[in-house]
Ligand binder design. Structure first.
Ligand SMILES: [Zn+2]
Length: 235
């Protein structure tokens, strides 16, 4: 049994140099034995990455079979007044639109992907509104909220992606976007219910968001505090 003269690690009989510090092994009493199989494999092998087209096929088949089964069950056996299978099919279409296009086209622009995600949510709620005969609430309430949320998400995505943002800046932007989204929800709900907008509960949320954002900006701008936050929260 040999040990490395430099770092003291135990050496395998076949070792010609230390695996840790690469110091050559020179031991006249125990010359390296070529006959013993080495402890590590001589060549490197890697698990091949999953083919994205196969993954797309798997997702598609999975979602299609769930939709078909529910559709047939709804049509043939569980016939109720509500077309409940529409909800499942809508969810399947939404999931497909969320996950498959980014897998098929890796170079798809972020804003295009987020716009597609927003459209998928819009289509899903459209199916629900068809089932509930809720064309009015869809056009005047659901669609504006989805569009506001989608627009904010696209803006947020572009802002976060544009430059290499620190975690503090990202958190600040996300909280700001959430505050604005809450305000837009109240705006559209008020317009739908009363026809006018009176700021209420969303202002409370907005104030709380601002109360979190201001200290975050102060921490971001003060080098000493920024370092402390980095150390404490492992940012
Ligand atoms: Zn060594």
């Amino acid at each position: 049994m040999s040990y490395c003269v430099n770092c003291g690690v135990e050496l395998h009989p076949t070792a010609k140099s230390c695996p840790l510090c690469h110091t050559p092994v020179v031991n006249p009493r125990h010359p390296s034995d070529e006959q013993i199989p080495p402890p590590f494999p001589s060549h490197r092998e890697e698990v091949p990455p999953v083919d994205r087209r196969e993954l797309v096929l798997l997702y598609t088949v999975l979602l299609l079979s769930v939709s078909l089964c529910c559709g047939l069950l709804n049509l043939l056996f569980l016939r109720t007044q509500r077309a409940w299978s529409l909800y499942v099919i809508g969810a399947a279409v939404t999931l497909w639109l969320w996950f498959v296009p980014p897998l098929l086209h890796r170079s798809l622009h972020l804003w295009l992907r987020l716009a597609l995600d927003t459209c998928a949510v819009g289509v899903y709620l459209l199916l629900i509104s068809i089932d509930l005969h809720g064309w009015d609430w869809y056009l005047q309430l659901a669609l504006p909220i989805i569009l506001s949320g989608g627009l904010l998400t696209i803006l947020l995505g572009l802002l976060l992606r544009g430059h290499h943002r620190s975690i503090l800046t990202s958190i600040t932007l996300i909280i700001g976007a959430l505050g604005l989204f809450t305000l837009s929800i109240e705006y559209w709900v008020d317009r739908w219910l009363f026809g006018t907008f009176t700021p209420g509960w969303s202002v409370v949320v907005l104030v709380i968001c601002a109360a979190i954002i201001v200290p975050l900006i102060v921490i971001r701008r003060t080098p000493g505090l920024r370092e402390e936050a980095r150390r404490r929260f492992h940012l």
